[in-house]
Design a protein around this ligand. Structure first.
Ligand code: DPP
Ligand code: ZN
Length: 874
């Protein structure tokens, strides 16, 4: 497979102004007729051949302007069709046959259960018909879907239904028209025996919109939260960005077999059922919040993605980074803003930093790819969102909003680039963002080394910042970035933010300084007392920032920082210092001793009730094993697990009464609601319960068992079940698992949780369990959710067992990748990630991991897996 390069971009030779499609559905032989209205692109020369993308299509007929083509007038290849000579403006008619039932890649038109559905982003449309499958070709669509009136009573596509009718042989049809020009990656079709829940929304200009969520009958009771979230998102986008919905109806469909979380097809969003269905008995608080965020994300794409789309796939972050930023702000406004930030950043620093430090590191705007689906990454999405957030902070919200208005107005109906977006922000703010653009082209996580000195005599605080971005594949040398650092100086006497004066200018008590050089010194004057600096508040830039904080400094910030995010971060840093010592002790076989400063800091946290409960729950949560691993030069999974367990148990023993009091104070019998206050109390209560269970004494066990048996809501039940299953007591784990598994055998989304909980247990039987569960009737390699729940959870979250010294974890994952490579290359290329991180482990493990990658490489590989394995072994 050959790479595609950004520098080779050219507009298409021909563009499509209107697309007419007719689908005659059949599992083994669906007929697709396409009539494309084509014309030469004004920027391209006359006389070019017409080349169309097409994969796995059987061509049945082809004609131009009604004239069937002779065989020597066109050429067919594995990946497309070329017509040698075409007029300047013409109609192309084709008819192809495809087999949805044989489509296990879940790209293009496929079957999920009994229904038909599509996934076209990024390049799935070429598996439906011959077409210029690229986002800069935008056409209006008219789609007729013909199906069996009994098996497929519901026939959906983008836009508005304009005609329907009966056909001979028990068939029927519906015709849909989408008046908004769109690239084919936003095309969608759904057909099946579905039921709907309906609601209405009146937009700010008075347009009446019908909202529908389509599900299989048994899921009718699980749509309320998604519908409510959709309406909140529609209101938020009107109020925050002035963006209004533009069709008469907005539809969401829940599908069980889906590669992604969801897809923003124009007017017909298709969702992984896990990203839309909720019920208090089956979904946790986290799942409720995830559904809210994803519903909003896909809805926001209607403007940031659909009305204004990407010129080419190198610009993917243009729509994804911006839309993630939009959904993050929406969730922050709807729930607890500091907690949302803490959750996002702790995920980011664990997973995106790891990606940026590994063999698949790439810039937010890559300059080449082999398989674009491999680039739906944390870098494109989450780092892309961090960069948009920095932009918002650099220019200020008002200029940012003016810039975004300009962007949506100027480029409506167009396919554009990241320069177009940043250009609008430059115009709206008058700021020069040229150095800032490097964030889009440079991969890797910038590292900042900060040092500070307080000069009593002159009442000055000197802060020295040095930045360096480590080399990444293909990018040995890096240029300095423009990095905004939001900071405060917290007075050690007063515990307050001190006024900041820099170069004679007074900046208030919380300000942003701009690091643009490799090294810069900032001298704050009139600093009346010795401060502890609080740096990169709110995670003001996606960087690793080191500062030689002492443990007292961190305990001080944890107690006094006015920035909630940095208070949390100070606690994490303090815990990390203690964990580092314990990891070393474990490795050296020395007795472990708990740092009393951590205990005292936790005691203080537990004794005050001034905090937002949700924030407090985050502060009481230790850094995850994955995050701790990210901080180590060489990852020792066993030492990390032992150290973290030790800290947890030590805290539990020292602060047992405090945890118990918090647990009791936050228990509630009130009916479940996924509302911020309840969620906060539940998370705090459950954190406390984890500590109480850490030492597995009779009382802790009793509390957990009672919570499990009370069966009040899935958040509490799942938490209790996890504690039981992850404990050292199989006599607790087994009956609970059995009971839960029997109760929920009929519900695939709950069974996913049942799978994940078992295979993430630290006990040494986890790997055997994975193998055993792969034979379970509820498991299927063909269902991406199942693969993620079982294989993904084991390889990604069960670090001690995946990295077993005998290499069995690696072998298991490689076996799955080899099988999935044939069935579903997109998922295969994702699930392989933990194996690609071999550089971080000891030599013996490195050798075992590389051997498995070599074994995969010896297979006949899809471009997806080939690209990842190639990079991992480079
Ligand atoms: N469905 C994916 C998302 O919304 C790809 N566009 O991010
Ligand atoms: Zn998206």
């Amino acid at each position: 497979p050959k790479p595609t390069y950004l520098r080779d971009y050219r507009p298409p030779a021909y563009r499509v102004t209107h697309t007419e499609l007719t689908f005659d559905l059949d599992p083994a032989a669906t007929r697709v007729k396409a009539r494309l209205h084509l014309e030469r692109h004004p920027e391209r020369e006359s006389g070019l051949p017409l080349t169309l993308d097409g994969e796995r299509l059987v061509l049945k007929a082809i004609a131009i302007d009604g004239q069937p083509l002779e065989e020597d007038e066109y050429a067919l290849t594995e990946d497309g069709l070329t017509v040698h000579r075409v007029p300047e403006r013409f109609l192309l008619d084709t008819e192809v046959e495809i087999a949805p039932e044989a489509n296990t890649a879940l790209e293009g038109l496929y079957q999920s259960g009994g229904m038909y559905c599509t996934q076209c982003e990024a390049e799935g449309f070429r598996r439906i018909t011959y077409y210029p499958d690229r986002p800069d070709v935008m056409a209006t669509f008219a789609t007729t879907v013909i199906g069996d009136a009994k098996r497929e009573p519901v026939l959906l596509s983008n836009g508005n239904p304009v005609e329907r009718g009966e056909l001979p042989g028990g068939r029927h049809f519906v015709t849909w028209e989408d008046p908004h020009p769109k690239p084919c990656y936003l095309f969608a079709l759904v057909a099946g025996d579905l039921e709907k829940v309906e609601d209405r929304f009146t937009t700010m200009s008075g347009r009446e919109v019908t909202l529908q969520i389509w599900v299989e009958a048994e899921n009718l009771g699980k749509t309320d939260h998604a519908m409510a979230s959709l309406k909140r998102a529609m209101t938020w986008d009107e109020q925050t960005y002035g963006r209004e919905y533009d069709l008469d109806r907005f539809m969401i469909v829940a599908v069980n077999d889906f590669n992604m979380g969801a897809m923003e097809n124009k007017g017909l969003n298709i969702f992984n059922s896990a990203a839309v269905l909720t019920h208090p008995h089956t979904a946790t608080d986290a799942a409720f919040q995830r559904v809210e965020g994803i519903v909003a994300h896909e809805y926001f794409h209607n403007w940031s993605g659909n009305r204004v789309t990407c010129r080419d796939w190198f610009q993917l972050s243009l729509k994804e980074g911006f839309t993630v930023f939009r959904d993050q702000c929406f969730s922050a406004d709807t729930n607890s803003a500091p907690v949302k930030r803490i959750e996002d950043v702790s995920f980011f620093r664990t997973a995106q930093f790891a990606e940026d430090a590994g063999p698949t590191a790439h810039p937010i705007r890559p300059d080449h790819y082999i398989e674009i689906t491999n680039f739906y990454t944390l870098t494109i999405y989450e780092k892309g969102a961090e960069v948009v957030r920095m932009l918002r902070n650099l220019v200020g919200w008002e200029a940012f909003r003016r810039g975004s208005d300009r962007y949506f107005e100027r480029f409506d109906g167009q396919a554009v680039t990241i320069e177009d977006f940043v250009g609008c922000m430059e115009e709206a703010s008058g700021q020069d963002l040229s150095q800032f653009m490097r964030w889009y082209s440079q991969a890797g996580t910038p590292e900042i080394d900060a040092h500070g000195e307080y000069d009593y005599a002159n009442a000055e605080y000197r802060l020295i910042l040095r930045q360096r971005t480590p080399a990444t594949p293909d990018q040995p040398d890096k240029l300095p970035l423009h990095i905004p650092i939001r900071l405060g100086l917290v007075g050690t006497k007063s515990g307050r933010d001190l006024p900041l004066t820099l170069d004679g200018e007074s900046l208030g008590t919380d300000a942003v300084i701009h690091l643009r050089e490799d090294e810069q010194e900032f001298v704050f004057t009139e600093v009346s007392e010795a401060p502890v600096p609080s740096l990169a508040r709110g995670f003001s830039a996606p960087v690793k920032l080191r500062f030689p904080y002492g443990r007292e400094d961190l305990a001080f910030l944890l107690a006094n920082d006015s920035d909630g995010f940095n208070r949390w971060d100070a606690g994490q840093r303090l815990a990390m210092l203690a964990l580092d010592d314990l990891i070393a002790a474990h490795r050296n076989g020395v007795e472990k001793v708990m740092d009393s400063r951590v205990v005292e800091a936790f005691r203080t946290l537990l004794s005050q009730d001034s905090d937002d409960k949700a924030v407090l729950a985050e502060m009481l949560t230790l850094p995850s094993e994955a995050y701790i691993a990210e901080q180590q030069p060489l990852v020792d999974v066993d030492a990390i697990h032992a150290a973290r367990t030790f800290v947890k148990q030590s805290l539990a023993m020292a602060l047992r009464d405090e945890f118990l009091a918090v647990f009791e104070a936050n228990r509630s019998e009130a009916p479940y609601a996924p509302e911020p206050e309840q969620i906060a109390a539940r998370s705090l209560k459950n954190v406390a319960l984890s500590y109480l269970m850490a030492i597995e004494d009779e009382e802790g066990i009793e509390l957990v068992q009672r919570q499990f048996a009370a069966d009040h809501n899935m958040t509490d039940v799942r938490h209790a079940l996890t504690l039981l299953v992850h404990s050292s007591r199989d006599d607790l784990a087994e009956p609970a698992l059995r009971r839960f598994g029997e109760k929920w055998a009929h519900d695939p989304l709950v069974m996913d949780q049942w799978f994940s909980i078992q295979v993430t247990r630290p006990q040494p039987d986890a790997l055997e369990r994975v193998k055993f569960l792969m034979e379970h009737p509820a498991f299927s390699l063909k269902n991406p959710n199942k693969v993620r729940a079982l294989i993904g959870a084991f390889a990604g979250q069960n670090r001690v067992n995946f990295h077993r010294a005998d290499g069995e974890g690696y072998r298991l994952l490689a076996d799955v990748v080899i099988e999935l490579n044939r069935l579903n290359p997109e998922i295969a290329a994702r699930i392989i990630t933990p194996l690609t991180r071999w550089q971080r482990f000891d030599e013996a493990r490195q050798a075992l991991m590389k051997a498995e990658l070599e074994r995969i490489r010896a297979e006949e590989l899809s471009p997806n897996v080939y690209e990842v394995v190639q990079k991992a072994l480079a």
